[in-house]
Write a protein that binds this ligand. Structure first.
Ligand SMILES: [Zn+2]
Length: 165
């Protein structure tokens, strides 16, 4: 896929974190749109339940595969996690790509996987957006509504907030 990089007001291409920021003006974050911004295609496949997603590269560029059987919230987190692999270490996405199991474990190190999970949470739940989504839900006591506003799972939100899951 040919991509036209997003540009700032001076015509310079935006860095990856600015590209992410552009998609965080309102919730829920459009992760499919964000993948598109990076020129990554998203493919859904009926995979076994223990596989969440993968990122790979072919002649046409980068692509993300996501397990179509998982919930929409789960798929959104997986796409954000795979985008994080692209942003953080796409130089290490080799011929075989990176395949993530249910707990987001791949051939990469635990450090890489934790970093990808952290960035995925930052993509879907940046602090300012979390504050707005919580206020609109009537406060953090309405955790399910906050999660629904952000289109994330209650578990992902709880981890983000440092609450027991
Ligand atoms: Zn991963």
């Amino acid at each position: 896929m040919m991509m036209t990089p997003l540009k700032d007001s001076c015509g310079r291409p935006l860095g990856p974190f600015s590209v992410i920021r552009e998609r965080q003006r309102s919730y829920p974050v459009d992760v499919g749109g964000l993948a598109h911004d990076f020129g990554i295609s998203v493919i859904r496949k009926d995979w076994p339940d223990d596989l969440s997603g993968a990122i790979g590269k072919d002649d046409k560029g980068y692509f993300i595969v996501v397990n179509a059987k998982h919930s929409e919230e789960r798929q959104r987190f997986t796409i954000a996690h795979e985008i994080a692999h692209y942003v953080l270490h796409r130089d290490r996405i080799g011929k075989d790509g990176i395949k993530d199991g249910l707990l987001y474990r791949s051939k990469l190190s635990d450090i890489d996987e934790r970093a990808a999970n952290r960035l995925a949470a930052d993509i879907l739940m940046p602090a300012d957006m979390l504050g707005r989504a919580a206020a609109d839900a009537g406060g953090l006591k309405n955790l399910d509504q906050v999660a629904a506003n952000l289109k994330v799972s209650r578990t992902a939100l709880s981890i983000r907030l440092g609450l027991p899951t």
